[in-house]
Design a protein around this ligand. Structure first.
Ligand SMILES: *[C@@H]1O[C@H](CO)[C@@H](O)[C@H](O)[C@H]1NC(C)=O
Length: 348
């Protein structure tokens, strides 16, 4: 009885796969059914590495939700390469490792449910602000491309040919010409790892929660560089061999930031106290293998939420409270907190 119940439950909750009609030879297709009476399904189609003779568009089953077209040497993306039945229902599309140098204006415009787009490991230098217009993108991977700068307009422009007026007052982007949804950027996660950015791009006004700028030739983080990314939770600025300076107030405005990764930045030697202003929510700071060997005194007073700091090679510091001076007021920062590290002699 119990076994039967488990079986029924697994069908209801975990879902199961079934065969797919019209799967192109060379692709692997899978349908996953979920919910009571299989009321919800995902069709995953993997057409990666089809070989040099593959012609685009590859026919895919109707209702495909996830499509992997990586490693197909597609080259410049033309208006016709992603067309046909099945493409209009895509939620997730992987176009990584395809030697893509350009994306024509209407190449992606039919993918109106697309939330997740992977364009990593291509040769893009720029994106027209119309190329992604109107797509409900939440997660975009542009790592390992050749962007020298990046314009946030890419995520906020026209929908259905109607211009969307972006209202930047009150630090909010609102679409004026359509309802509450249309034209409002939904982008939450953006990776620009390993591009050619020499400055932090102006991404102000995007509702980003995760941003990765690792491995770019950025020399300095300027005052207010992230000032309008108030929803950002995770910021990664690791592996920047040329990063020498973070200006005071460089992280100001990042009021939701919980994780800051500054590891593997060997030229970054000094952090002034004013760098940490505004980081009210910061819990984890990673300075592992950076040039920073000591931390400014009184730093904890600026970082009320900090739990852990990693320094040097494997030095882990955690916030603890000095014994005998325990304060009972909940939610208040006591000034008796100290950083305790796993290596003796580290003075913070
Ligand atoms: C800190 O960064 C290093 C190097 O990037 C990484 O190996 C390590 O896992 C990170 N530590 C934490 C606590 O995130």
């Amino acid at each position: 009885m119990l076994r039967l119940l488990c079986h029924v439950l697994s069908l209801l909750v975990v879902g199961h796969s079934s065969a797919v009609k019209n799967c192109h030879p060379g692709c692997r297709c899978k349908v996953e059914n979920f919910g009571q009476f299989d009321s919800f399904s995902l069709t995953r189609v993997d057409c990666s590495g089809l070989g040099p003779a593959a012609s685009m568009p590859v026919p895919i089953p109707l209702d495909t939700t996830h499509l992997d077209l990586s490693s197909n040497t597609m080259g410049p993306l033309s208006d016709s390469m992603l067309t046909g039945p099945g493409y209009t229902t895509l939620i997730s599309l992987d176009l990584s490792s395809n030697h893509i140098t350009k994306i024509s204006l209407n190449a992606l415009c039919r993918l109106r449910y697309l939330e997740n787009l992977d364009l990593s490991d291509n040769s893009l230098e720029s994106l027209s602000s119309r190329a992604l217009a109107g797509l409900p993108l939440a997660e975009v991977d542009l790592s390992y491309n050749s962007f020298q700068n990046f314009d946030m307009d890419v995520f906020a422009t026209k929908v259905n040919g109607e211009p969307v007026i972006v209202d930047l007052s009150h630090n909010q982007i609102r679409s004026v010409s359509r309802g509450d949804q249309g034209g409002v950027p939904l982008i939450q996660s953006l990776s620009l790892t390993a591009n050619r950015l020499t400055d932090v791009p102006a991404l102000g006004g995007l509702p980003l929660r995760y941003l990765n700028l690792d491995d770019n030739p950025i020399v300095s983080i300027r005052e207010g560089a992230f000032s309008q990314l108030k929803d950002l939770v995770h910021l990664s600025l690791s592996g920047m061999n040329q990063l020498r300076e973070i200006q005071p107030h460089g992280f100001e405005g990042l009021e939701s930031l919980q994780v800051l990764d500054l590891s593997e930045n060997p030229e970054l030697k000094m952090l002034s106290l004013a760098i940490f202003t505004g980081l009210e929510s910061l819990q984890e700071l990673n300075l592992s293998n950076s040039g920073v060997t000591s931390l400014p005194s009184n730093m904890l007073a600026h970082l009320p939420s900090i739990k852990s700091i990693v320094l040097g090679q494997g030095i882990q510091c955690r916030r603890t409270q000095k014994q005998g001076q325990f304060h009972w007021q909940l939610g208040q920062v006591t000034h008796n907190d100290v950083l305790t590290c796993n290596v003796a002699g580290v003075v913070v």
